[in-house]
Design a protein around this ligand. Structure first.
Ligand SMILES: Cc1ncc(COP(=O)(O)O)c(C=O)c1O
Length: 339
């Protein structure tokens, strides 16, 4: 397969574990639920972005870049892990954050600082405009910048999740698991696009469902379809026989990063029943969505389901007033799964 010939630097621990969540399955009345622990990839406190960066950083090194630039919010997991990946490859890193400077570093920004990444706020420009401006400046200074799009979600980065899908298919075969559904939180769409193709190539018949944390179904579906076409061309594989992309935007709530009762319930339930810590922005919304789909019948209770834990836990230590208001966290109540 052409994927094997793409240059790649090993940055993550793999395979990540596939963990059976017996107590959560019992609580939900679901046949089986497994957690694919991509929060355990290791690099920069772990998470899905490490897999994408293995291909992106290999490309940067091949092009003899010496500084990596990328964009995100101040709490971006992608930015934090990019900063760690750059260090692991001996490169410098500049992060372009949306909006205006904020007073105090918290959560991921603390790690960015530790990794000695430079950060710049885009203020009234778009992040991409600011990144282009910085790249020009670096070129004038004689540096060789390498630009990575938001979430690392171009075809090359997404190849990391084709690889993850193949890894998951192998694990399922070894452990005798035959999943009906694979669910993940979807932001920029690269994780879901890569999984769709990787799981298909690995022979899994499961449908991959993305739970959007921000974008509408139409926007996210278009992005994922575009990535699949680009992946097909890059890897020389036929993508015409894939299942139609399945995305839900029912669980976004008030918007990106804003907790919902359901996301808070998922966060607390997973910790209380399994001792597993999710993140409040992505995986809590994702698992919350999955739980609601089990309750409303979109995912039948007889199903075997795999949820991808994509990391992001440093966000638990940022914006604490939002997630843990002085009055205490939003309460998880039994039977409160309905969105
Ligand atoms: C923890 C976490 N989970 C899920 C996602 C979504 O991945 P993607 O952008 O590939 O859709 C992200 C993206 O930033 C993330 O940081």
């Amino acid at each position: 397969m052409k994927l094997d010939s793409l240059p790649r630097v090993q940055l993550s621990f793999e395979p990540t574990p596939l963990q059976k969540l017996r107590r959560l399955a019992e609580y939900l009345g679901l046949n089986q639920i497994y957690l694919k622990r991509d929060d355990q990839t290791g690099l920069g406190l772990g998470g899905n972005k490490a897999r994408k960066l293995e291909y992106l950083l290999a490309d940067a090194l091949q092009r003899e870049a010496n500084i990596v630039l990328t964009v995100g919010g101040p709490q971006s997991n992608h930015c934090r892990i990019t900063a760690a990946a750059a260090r692991a490859c001996g490169l410098e890193c500049t992060l372009i954050f949306r909006g205006h400077p904020i007073e105090q570093a918290q959560g991921s920004m603390i790690i960015d600082r530790l990794l000695k990444a430079k950060w710049i706020f885009a203020k009234d420009q778009t992040r991409e405009e600011k990144m282009d401006e910085m790249a020009k400046e670096y070129l004038e200074q004689g540096l060789k910048p390498y630009l990575i799009p938001a979430g690392g979600s171009n075809a090359l980065g997404t190849a990391g999740y084709v690889r993850a899908g193949l890894e998951l298919a192998r694990q399922c075969q070894e452990q005798g698991i035959n999943p009906d559904y694979i669910c993940c939180a979807s932001g920029s769409g690269g994780t879901q696009a890569g999984l769709i193709l990787g799981c298909h190539l690995g022979g899994l018949r499961a449908r991959v469902i993305g739970i959007s944390v921000s974008r509408s179904v139409a926007e996210l579906t278009e992005k994922i379809n575009m990535l699949l076409v680009e992946l097909g061309a890059m890897l020389d594989v036929d993508v015409s026989a894939l299942h139609p992309v399945q995305v839900s935007d029912d669980f976004v709530g008030d918007g990106y990063g804003r907790p919902t009762k359901l996301s808070q319930t998922a966060l607390e339930l997973c910790a209380a029943l399994e001792g597993v810590i999710l993140d409040p922005v992505y995986t809590a919304k994702g698992l919350g969505g999955l739980m609601a789909m089990v309750e409303n019948g979109r995912i039948p209770k007889s199903s075997s389901v795999i949820f991808i834990h994509t990391g992001g836990m440093p966000a638990l230590f940022a914006d604490t007033e939002l997630y843990w208001p002085s009055s205490g966290p939003l309460k998880a109540e039994k039977g409160s799964l309905g969105s």
